[in-house]
Design a protein around this ligand. Structure first.
Ligand code: F0G
Length: 487
């Protein structure tokens, strides 16, 4: 490995500190508002961090979706976009990138990841079908269920152990996969879905070995394998770091190996290549044709798919950059730093560090808040109040209600602090660690939340809540005691 191939550079005192292997050439001013204004902002936002205005947010760690930093090459590529409704050269450049990076011949562009899920679900899922997967993502589940499918999560026993040193918590349990197929019959299983860097359980990767085994079982029964590659770069990086066989293999080769094991690869370009849009790709003309006309119906013509051609150019460059270690290692190495520091301080975080963000175990952090009062949502609101950091609830608020109107309690209650690629500096990361730790020391002050306005579909986006007591005011009072007039 050359000295500039990843963000892991050794310091002379032996410390492992991630170093930015890029320079910042364009910046955006941030605002850290006083604590009373933050309390006011979260109240106005119904204690839902999705409903905060970025003018009131200091570090926006809601998501990496559409917020990764673009490279100079991506931005400049947008200038030579070929504006055309049909047959745009920009599309053909993207098609070439998909062929060279993912190893797939046919590309259907779509406006974002969930649009790909809509097309795939409509094309392949029929009422009564079941779809085995390592873990669901919110929009994936919603689209599959809309088409009459049922998702079956067949993760390994390690997956939900939040504190663990198991390197591949995103693996599928192969025995459970076989049992699922035997039970439901292959005719009711349109495909098996593998999600790279399994989002909702803490950005945890699967191994290539596991995907090979999934492929083998799928072949045995004649079932398709679909890969959600929205977070593929980070999964590839973690394979390189954790899977012996791939230690000296280039990330480009690992990426191609992974995609080669899937019949259909789809992605949110908002995540994978730091621009907008998304895509579905395959080497099978038959599969391509099953989806093509749905793209025309729901997205746009097949050479723009609802995305501006400028974004298509940036997407293509971004895909090539996914094979650059300095690009894809940046977010996981900053996450690893934050996770290890918080772990050392005794704060309950998901280990080992994964992709996408630092995930805090809210059920343990706020073990006095019952799950019915949404500890992950309460923690997200509390952290915002004491720091201006905006994280995302990934727990029961992101779940649904059953037919009787009861909350389906989430397997895990996580507060996700996303690290969009090449956006935050190390001192900002240290601020995150400091404020999370302060909140942990004062955690007994944080109480629960209840809904005041609850949308029927994907309620976490626009739902409004209120605190179950005056705990936010007490938290602000303690903050001012400790920090005085400091922000
Ligand atoms: N699949 C995965 C694994 C995702 O993480 C996402 C989005 C999607 C599909 C849907 O893509 O947003 O472009 O429609 N994840 C974002 C997040 C929203 O914040 O984790 P999209």
């Amino acid at each position: 490995m050359t000295d500039s191939s990843s963000t892991e550079i050794k310091f002379s005192n032996g410390q492992k500190i991630p170093v930015e292997l890029h320079k910042v050439r364009m910046v955006q001013k941030l605002y850290l508002k006083p604590v009373e204004e933050r309390l006011d902002a979260i109240e106005k936002g119904g204690y839902n961090t999705f409903l905060l205005d970025t003018r009131n947010v200091f570090l926006d760690m809601l998501t990496d979706s559409g917020t990764n930093a673009m490279s100079d090459n991506q931005v400049s590529s947008m200038l030579h976009a070929d504006d055309a409704y049909a047959g745009s050269q920009s599309f053909y450049r993207m098609e070439t990138a998909v062929r060279e990076v993912f190893g797939k011949k046919y590309l259907l562009p779509v406006h974002q990841g969930r649009a790909a899920e809509n097309i795939i679900s409509q094309a392949f899922i029929r009422p009564g079908d079941v779809i085995p997967m390592n873990y669901h993502f919110t929009t994936t589940k919603a689209h599959m269920e809309l088409n009459g499918g049922e998702i079956l999560e067949i993760f390994t026993d390690e997956a939900l152990k939040l504190k663990s040193d198991f390197p591949f918590k995103g693996n599928i349990d192969i025995d459970k996969l076989k049992a699922t197929i035997e039970k439901h019959g292959k005719e009711h299983i349109p495909f098996v879905r593998m999600e790279a860097s399994t989002n909702l359980i803490g950005g945890q990767p699967f191994s290539i070995q596991n995907m090979r085994e999934v492929r083998k079982v799928a072949d045995q029964y004649g079932i398709l394998v679909v890969l959600d590659a929205s977070l593929i770069g980070e999964n590839v990086w973690l394979v390189k770091k954790r899977e012996e066989e791939f230690r000296n293999v280039s990330v480009g080769e690992i990426l191609a190996t992974m995609c080669g094991l899937a019949d259909i690869v789809y992605f949110s370009s908002r995540k994978v290549s730091s621009s907008r849009g998304g895509g579905i790709c395959t080497n099978s003309k038959e599969l391509y044709l099953k989806m093509r006309d749905l793209v025309v119906l729901f997205e746009g013509f097949t050479t723009y798919g609802g995305i501006s051609v400028r974004e298509i150019e940036a997407m293509a460059v971004g895909l090539y950059e996914t094979t650059d270690e300095t690009v894809i290692s940046q977010s996981p190495s900053f996450i690893e730093y934050a996770v290890n520091e918080l772990d050392r301080l005794g704060v309950p975080v998901v280990t080992p560090a994964g992709a996408l963000g630092c995930h805090i175990n809210a059920m343990e952090f706020l073990d006095h808040v019952p799950q019915s009062e949404y500890p992950a949502g309460a923690l997200a609101a509390a952290l915002y109040i004491v720091s201006g950091i905006r994280g995302m609830e990934r727990g029961t608020i992101s779940s649904v209600r059953d037919a009787d109107g009861n909350d389906v309690l989430a397997d895990v209650e996580l507060l996700r602090l996303a690290f969009p690629r090449r956006v935050f500096t190390l001192s900002q990361t240290m601020f995150v660690v400091d404020r999370v730790n302060w909140l942990y020391q004062n955690r007994e002050l944080v109480g629960g939340l209840e809904f005041t306005d609850e949308p029927a579909v994907l309620r976490f986006f626009n739902g409004r809540l209120k605190p179950t007591s005056d705990w936010p005011q007490k938290l602000v009072a303690r903050f001012k005691q400790d920090f005085g007039e400091s922000l």
